[in-house]
Design a protein around this ligand. Structure first.
Ligand SMILES: NC(=O)c1ccc[n+]([C@@H]2O[C@H](COP(=O)([O-])OP(=O)(O)OC[C@H]3O[C@@H](n4cnc5c(N)ncnc54)[C@H](O)[C@@H]3O)[C@@H](O)[C@H]2O)c1
Ligand SMILES: O=P(O)(O)OC[C@H](O)CO
Length: 337
């Protein structure tokens, strides 16, 4: 375990990733309290050091505290970590806005783009939480919660326009199994995390139809081209997408049977309806299903071509089958890479 880290952290949201990230912080020696929406989840973590619904096989550190009371979790903290699904973040922030300490760093773990507003999560935090953008950080990378909770070695990126704040979060979550790098390109890191979910849906569809690694690699690589174009159009850095928050997360999410987005896509590829695919995912969030339309619309507004994102949107809307959309993609116009 690392030496004690300065500052107190609240992690708001005790699903797979919120619980895992809180464990990482506690293992790093950081003082952390986890807020759970349901009292029984908070009580189980506080008393039994277990979150049996999301991480049934993982013993949580005794030093990790948990509560159902958001005011208590936020009292006196230096850093607030938001681990709420992307489309639910705004409503929660509006509730918590007055409790967010004025100088706290606010870290978003969510990977999505808000439907309707087309805002990235840091923009939602700035807007709904009334937080100065220089205080907002995002954590994104190849971070499948189950593997990290099992303490398998993983790297990630902490991005913040204020480098000192990124470094502080980096120190607070560095452990023997979790290695955070810093970056100042918030736009690139966020778009990498949000868009790879949509590409993972496409890879899942391909797997569900019985296709192998060549198809997956082709979708990952052409997906990376779409994400890079969109990132540059929105003011981010293409090079960020060559890193952990881009290629790294694409490889993990598009290849892993643990990914909820890939699993959801595989259900669609096998011919299940969207409702049946949701049921097969046991109510856990597959962010790409909701974000794909917003990402597609964002790309259209900036005149960026995103054919894989468009294809996934149409399948998720039930307009076309995965197989038909696959044929459309392979038969698009031939052009230089
Ligand atoms: N699980 C991962 O491996 C992982 C890794 C990196 C990033 N993320 C991202 O982190 C975010 C959270 O993902 P997760 O895996 O923890 O999700 P999850 O489905 O496991 O848990 C969601 C959590 O949010 C809570 N919540 C609070 N308000 C809610 C509401 N109104 N509706 C639904 N749930 C509500 C739920 O109770 C639950 O504790 C997502 O944006 C996801 O893309 C997840
Ligand atoms: O399970 P998924 O598809 O939400 O992916 C989890 C993480 O985002 C992987 O980095």
């Amino acid at each position: 375990m690392s030496p004690e880290v300065d500052g107190r952290y609240a992690v708001l949201g005790a699903g797979s990733w919120g619980t895992t990230f809180a464990k990482v912080l506690a293992d790093a020696g950081t003082d952390v309290c986890l807020w759970a929406r349901r009292k029984e989840v908070a009580d189980e973590i506080e008393n039994d050091h277990l979150n049996s619904e999301y991480l049934p096989d993982v013993m949580l550190p005794a030093r990790l505290r948990a509560t159902h009371d958001a005011d208590a979790a936020l009292d006196g903290v230096t850093t607030v970590v938001l681990a709420i699904p992307a489309q639910k973040l705004r409503a929660h922030l509006e509730d918590w806005r007055d409790q967010l300490p004025r100088d706290a760093t606010v870290v978003s773990l969510a990977k999505g783009v808000e439907m309707g507003t087309l805002k990235r999560m840091s923009e939602v935090v700035a807007d709904a939480g009334a937080v100065d953008p220089g205080r907002i950080a995002v954590v994104s990378g190849p971070n499948l919660a189950g593997e990290i909770a099992a303490e398998q070695p993983t790297a990630t990126v902490v991005a913040c326009s204020d480098h000192d704040r990124a470094v502080a979060v980096q120190h607070a979550c560095s452990t023997g199994y979790f290695k955070p790098y810093t970056n100042v390109d918030v736009i690139g890191c966020e778009l990498g995390g949000a868009c790879k979910n949509v590409i993972a849906l496409a890879c899942g569809m391909a797997a569900g139809m019985g296709y192998g690694d060549n198809t997956t690699a082709s979708l990952i690589t052409r997906g990376l081209a779409e994400i890079s174009r969109l990132t540059v159009a929105l003011g981010g850095q293409a090079l960020t997408l060559a890193g952990l928050a881009g290629m790294g997360d694409l490889v993990a999410t598009c290849s892993s049977p643990l990914s909820r987005n890939r699993r959801f896509g595989a259900s669609l590829g096998k011919g299940l309806s969207v409702a049946e695919a949701e049921e097969a995912n046991h109510g856990q969030v597959a962010e790409g299903v909701k974000s794909c339309d917003a990402i597609g619309e964002l790309a259209r507004r900036h005149d960026v071509d995103t054919p894989i994102v468009e294809a996934v949107s149409r399948v998720c809307a039930g307009q076309v089958s995965a197989r038909d959309v696959g044929d459309e993609l392979i038969n698009r116009e031939r052009k230089p890479e």
